[in-house]
Design a protein around this ligand. Structure first.
Ligand code: CMP
Length: 398
């Protein structure tokens, strides 16, 4: 059966090239390929003898976006690679570092950087821990990394109407909300549009730090509030480093999720960067009918059952729950309320030990737009099913 054996490393090599093409969108694919693979070759040549830690590693190292970018910039006589802090404390330098290509095993400099610690009272630490409880970006951190994040965070008191972030600026900090309501404004064709809000929970400001891009939105406090900030260097050292690990863990799985097939590879990888992983015990409730929705789930392992509380069914007590569906590996749930902007229309429970990937509502809005048509098709099936079961419609119009 080995008549057409695929050489080891070929798939990864082509995959990395595809990613770089998607990121740079070069006008000339062949020229870009020559440049890209020359880089790969150079890196292989510079690889220390005996350094055979991981298959395909040379290719991974050779195509780090930072290196790639530097090669392009050197050619154009542009800036240096490292970010430079200005007198205002903001980083003026933007290098498009691709978290996908960031290799934590290679990064020794980061580890020798001094740890930032902002001392906290017991009360502050408790409040901080509460605010961080549901932050998806922290869900895949090891305990030690998480403690370092908590140490490095600093409290920020916010006044009404204060701009925490301005679209187009360079990224300085990542923020977790302790309290307050914050509008999300995105400028489209010169007009500032309010695309959403954070209501006393959540986090923002990760994109500019993850991808070294300008701030993608403006965040304004609509009332006095409190935030916890995490500086760019610590975010990079702990969260971006962890993202490289996450990509290795979830890339293959995300590639197989039918819903996400309509996305481009680079878009699927951005989903991996912001997703969190949560485990649920047998019977544990994941979603409660009637609750406000703030995230979306994909089953990674195990199973969930979806139930609807029905008062309508004859012969049943109030609040009897009727099972209407099951979802297993690769299937999603929790999208309905996000698409319709209504409370959760059903409850969802784990069947056996179940692991889900979780995406928050802002990332859902930002990244899953192209999948909404597929979701809407399923939503009309829910409607039909509900009419068949309970004789009533859900009124899913929005
Ligand atoms: P960043 O680009 O660093 O700064 C602005 C932040 O707004 C961004 O990271 C996200 O965390 C957050 N945000 C929320 N919704 C959106 C959106 N629709 N588009 C872009 N950014 C968003």
């Amino acid at each position: 059966m080995s008549t057409a054996e695929i050489p080891a490393g070929l798939k990864e090599l082509l995959h990395r090239y595809t990613v770089e093409v998607l990121r740079h969108r070069p006008a000339n694919l062949v020229e870009f390929a020559v440049q890209h693979f020359t880089q790969v070759l150079e890196s292989q040549r510079h690889q220390k003898p005996g350094d055979k830690k991981r298959g395909g590693k040379a290719a991974r190292k050779g195509v780090t976006f930072a290196t790639d970018e530097k090669a392009l910039e050197d050619k154009e006589g542009k800036e240096e690679e490292e970010p430079v802090k200005s007198t205002t404390g903001k980083y003026n330098r933007r290098v498009s570092v691709c978290a996908e290509a960031y290799d934590p095993d290679e990064d020794q400099d980061d580890d020798s950087e001094p740890r930032i610690v902002h001392p906290k009272t017991d009360g502050q630490r408790r409040r901080l821990q509460d605010a961080c409880r549901d932050i998806l970006l922290f869900k895949t951190l090891e305990q030690e990394q998480f403690s370092e994040v908590l140490d490095a965070m600093f409290e920020v008191q916010v006044k009404a109407q204060e701009h925490i972030i301005d679209q187009g600026d360079d990224g300085d900090n990542f923020y977790i909300i302790e309290k307050g309501v914050y509008d999300i404004l995105v400028e489209k064709e010169g007009v500032s549009v309010r695309v959403g809000k954070y209501d006393n929970k959540g986090s923002f400001g990760e994109l500019a730090l993850m991808y070294n891009t300008p701030r993608a939105a403006t965040i304004v406090a609509t009332e006095a509030g409190a935030l916890w900030g995490l500086d760019r260097a610590t975010f990079h050292r702990l969260i971006v480093k962890n993202n490289a690990k996450k990509r290795r863990m979830y890339e293959a799985f995300v590639e197989c999720v039918p819903l996400l097939k309509c996305l481009e590879l680079s878009e699927r990888m951005k989903i991996v960067d912001v997703l969190g992983a949560r485990s649920f015990k047998d019977g544990e409730r994941i979603i409660a009918q009637g609750d406000t929705a703030d995230c979306f789930f994909i089953v990674e392992s195990g199973q969930v059952r979806v139930t609807i509380e029905s008062k309508a069914k004859a012969g049943q007590q109030d609040h009897a729950e009727v099972e209407v569906a099951r979802c297993s590996r690769g299937q999603y749930f929790g999208e309905l309320a996000l698409v319709t902007n209504k409370p959760r229309a059903a409850s969802v429970y784990a069947v056996g030990l179940t692991k889900c990937l979780v995406i928050d509502i802002q990332a859902f809005e930002r990244l899953l737009g192209p999948c909404k048509e597929i979701m809407k098709r399923n939503i009309s099936q829910y409607e039909e099913q509900r009419v068949a079961l309970f004789g009533s419609s859900m009124d899913l119009k929005h």
